[in-house]
Design a protein around this ligand. Sequence first.
Ligand SMILES: Cc1ncc(COP(=O)(O)O)c(C=O)c1O
Length: 377
Amino acid sequence: MLKWIEIDRKALLHNLKLIRSLVKDKTKIIFVVKANAYGHGIKPVVEVAEKSGIVDWYGVNSLEEAIELRKLGVKRDIISLGYIERDEIEEGIKNKIRFTVYNPDYILALEAKAKKLKKTAYFHLKLETGTGRQGINKNEWKKYKKILDKLKYAKFEAVSSHFANIEDTIDHSYADYQLRRFKRFYAMIKKDGFSPLRHFSCSASTLLFPETHFDFVRVGISAYGYWPSNETHLSFLLKYKNELELKKVLSFYTKIAQLKDLKKGSYISYGLTYKTTQKTRIAVLPVGYYDGIDRKLSNRGYFLLKGERVPIRGRVCMNITIVDVSHMRNLNSEDKVTLIGKDGEEILTADNWAQNINTINYEVLARLSEKIPRILK
Ligand SMILES: Cc1ncc(COP(=O)(O)O)c(C=O)c1O
């Protein structure tokens, strides 16, 4: 195999257990496996999660992802956090998917389809609390109430919301404000005779603020062994004066396709962006931006080879990346290269890539190509 991703079963189990230990028994865990389980591969991740007995529900983005879970034999409840087209509602109901809803006429469409199928369509109403994304405004509630009062087949199961910047800062005043808005909105709904379940919490709030857990937490990144951000990690250390050991689940490898010596003054890769300043030995790697190696890593960052850092030289190409191995001896083509993972004393993570290209670990992981084989270890 020229490139492959390994999924560490024990690490995933460890993280899920850790998360379970942080939330009350009555709080259900929605494991967010959208975006191909944050690039980890839905199949191996779900295999471990199902056996763990820890995960209560799964969170996906689309009907397609939900159906993939059903095909893998998942019987547990699944909620779509994204948008399911009206044309797909019937398929969603048949597959017992919970819908996240934020349009009044969508609820009517759910009711009509459920009636036709003589089934229940469960939905969660998303409340706008300051993220400025999906969700209904508080002043729209009365309009929704009128619709909800008449439902027979569509069931208003829960309300949800999402934090806007809980990961971006150690000042959580905006998250507090959102929580207050959520509680006020819920109180209004309750006063009108509804008692839906509640969920608001992503990884950051699950790790930091038990008061946000309610009936479900929706955790993604932390289950994969990553902190949502340095700010979240720091907030945790400041608050609890204790480390929480999340274990990285994913490693990504390739092999050297060619080793070659270049004279001083030679160019490396497209655009001639790197010119050697001395006699240089390069290793040509058969991975590129098609695989998820961001092109912005060109001339930035490094990979690992035999426990040493090998810097990326020149532009990352569609299917090829070049690293400088001048400082290394006894190399052979097809030697293993660690793109993400541990090699000897060195550890290279999606955080490291993210820092180099000014993005977040979520994006680095989610963009790893689905075509790369995932191996459960
Ligand atoms: C609505 C929603 N809930 C929960 C999550 C999980 O967040 P995290 O990966 O930070 O746990 C996401 C992730 O994007 C999300 O969009």
